[in-house]
Design a protein around this ligand. Structure first.
Ligand SMILES: *Cc1c(COP(=O)(O)O)cnc(C)c1O
Length: 396
């Protein structure tokens, strides 16, 4: 099929829940992709913060090809080596205790919610437990994950949603304190709000929540589906706050392209939470995706990816600062490491900027209505940053 035929066929047969950019991606290499007509693009969205290692990392591809020749799927009724390797790598990196692998980020959130409810239920046997989530958050599209997503636009058509959820203001500790009561079983937030416009948690806010959770035996759930896996310059963003969550959720870059997520629990949340029979998944953590996860962790270590992120993100940050300084229509620059946002004045159509960037050979996306989001592959170079900034310059 040529590019036009592909787009026409997709539009004819695929449910229209996405307004897609008008290109069909054919292949990728490193930080670049090519469409079906052979046009090249620099990728600064990485499949929405997924392709941390870029496209076609040779060892990653080889590990997956070798696993295809062995076994793709076993169900969770049997042991397999990729699960052992992936689980050890994930758990050790988080400093927590046990992991459950899922097929997506939303499912990781579902598992975290169930774990928190079960933990509280085992303490007092009641069925009235509340979760405190944040306004302007994003946790996924399944009904449970949507119920903790503080965005009326996403929620309203699907009500009634799961009950027992209340919403506080992100980075406003008092607004959280006001909602805490004896039924609170968990406080759930993104360490860096992604879809909501790239807002990192303030240290006092996150540390304050950790203190509340310790005092009241409430579980702190951090959603690092977008900001985790080295994107902020540490493997997990919470490392920069000197705290640990009781449960962390992860997906996106966890498998660098294969569909895999996880929720990881500390000892107490694991011990008093989900037991045999409480939770399950047919595909979750199968040999194929676990091979990817294990290889991703091993490659991060081998190529020193996190120190590269620390270095290159400083360069990106100063380039964005300069850009914001130069253009009056840019009202703010926020972020940590390689998850950054440029906020534009209300009257600037950011969607138009991303469309023009596409025409000029740059893949980039928005977050919320007026923020241009930078979540490039973690392997980007200074030349990539310079190229992206030069293209954006022409788009303003
Ligand atoms: C993308 C995202 C999710 C949902 O992940 P899916 O794999 O799309 O279900 C949840 N939380 C955050 C912070 C995300 O960025």
């Amino acid at each position: 099929m040529n590019q036009q035929e592909i787009m026409t066929t997709v539009d004819e047969y695929v449910l229209h829940t996405y307004n897609r950019f008008p290109i069909s991606i054919d292949r990728g290499m490193g930080t670049h992709v090519w469409d079906s007509e052979g046009k090249e693009y620099l990728d600064f969205m990485a499949g929405i913060a997924v392709y941390a290692l870029g496209y076609h990392y040779p060892e990653y591809d080889e590990a997956l090809k070798a696993q295809i020749d062995k076994v793709l799927h076993t169900s969770n009724l049997y042991y397999h080596e990729p699960l052992a390797l992936a689980a050890k790598a994930v758990v050790e990196s988080t400093g927590l205790s046990k992991v459950f692998f899922t097929n997506s980020g939303a499912e990781a959130i579902e598992g975290a919610i169930k774990s928190a409810r079960k933990y509280a239920w085992m303490k007092d046997g009641k069925n009235n437990h509340e979760i405190i989530a944040m306004k302007s958050s994003f946790h996924g599209r399944s009904v449970g994950a949507l119920s903790v997503t503080g965005n009326a636009h996403y929620q309203d058509p699907f009500k009634p949603l799961m009950g027992g959820v209340v919403f506080a203001e992100f980075n406003n500790l008092q607004s959280v304190l006001d909602l805490v009561n004896d039924t609170t079983c968990a406080i759930l937030l993104e360490t860096v709000q992604g879809e909501g416009g790239i807002y990192p948690a303030d240290p006092e806010f996150l540390q304050g929540i950790r203190r509340i959770c310790d005092e009241k035996d409430i579980l702190l759930i951090l959603d690092e589906i977008q900001c985790g896996m080295g994107r902020t310059g540490t493997m997990w963003a919470y490392e920069q706050y000197g705290i640990k969550p009781d449960i962390v959720t992860c997906a996106k870059a966890l498998g660098c392209g294969v569909p895999v997520g996880a929720f990881v629990l500390n000892e107490k949340a694991a011990a008093k939470g989900l037991m045999p029979g409480d939770h399950g998944t047919t595909y979750g953590g199968n040999p194929f995706v676990c091979t990817a996860v294990a290889e991703v962790f091993s490659l991060y270590e081998k190529i020193g990816l996190i120190s590269h992120v620390k270095e290159i993100s400083e360069y990106l940050a100063s380039s964005l600062d300069a850009f914001a300084e130069k253009h009056a229509c840019v009202t703010a620059h926020r972020g940590l490491g390689l998850i950054r946002g440029l906020e534009f004045a209300k009257e600037v159509p950011v969607g138009e900027v991303t469309k023009r960037a596409l025409e000029k050979g740059l893949l980039i996306i928005s977050a919320g209505s007026n923020v241009l989001r930078f979540v490039p592959p973690l392997i980007i170079t200074k030349e990539d940053v310079d190229e992206a900034m030069a293209i954006l310059e022409e788009c303003i």
